[in-house]
Design a protein around this ligand. Structure first.
Ligand code: FES
Length: 101
C-alpha cells in the first residue's frame, strides 16, 4: 500500500481545468471542480487519449481525442455505461496536492 505522493500545486490547476501529472511514473489526470480536486487514471479506455488534457464542464471531462465523457468524481465513463477509469484519493495540504496510488 503506497502513501500519498506530491502531484501538483493547487494554484497550477484553476477551477474548471485539468492537468496531466506524473506520480511515481504513473500518468494521473488531476481536475479542479469548483475547488475540489479529483484524480483519475489519465488513459481513456477507448484508445488511450489523455483525459487530463480533456475539456471540463459540469463535473464531466471529455476526452480530447474522440469525445468520450467521464465523471471527474467517480471515473465512470458516461459514454460507455458500466465502465470506468481508476480513481485516486486526493489530499490537499495548503497549496500542495497529494495523490494516493
Ligand atoms: S481515446 Fe478517448 S475517446 Fe477515443
Amino acid at each position: 500500500m503506497s502513501d500519498f505522493t506530491w502531484a501538483a500545486k493547487a494554484n497550477d490547476i484553476p477551477p474548471g481545468e485539468g492537468r496531466v501529472c506524473e506520480v511515481n511514473g504513473v500518468a494521473i489526470a488531476l481536475f479542479n471542480v469548483d475547488g475540489t480536486f479529483h484524480a483519475l487514471d489519465n488513459t481513456c479506455i477507448h484508445r488511450g487519449g489523455p483525459l487530463g488534457d480533456g475539456f471540463c464542464t459540469d463535473g464531466t471531462v471529455t476526452c480530447p481525442w474522440h469525445g468520450w465523457e467521464y465523471s471527474m468524481a467517480t471515473g465512470e465513463c458516461e459514454s460507455m455505461p458500466g465502465q470506468s477509469v481508476d480513481t485516486y484519493e486526493v489530499r490537499v495540504d495548503g497549496e500542495d496536492i497529494h495523490v494516493k496510488l
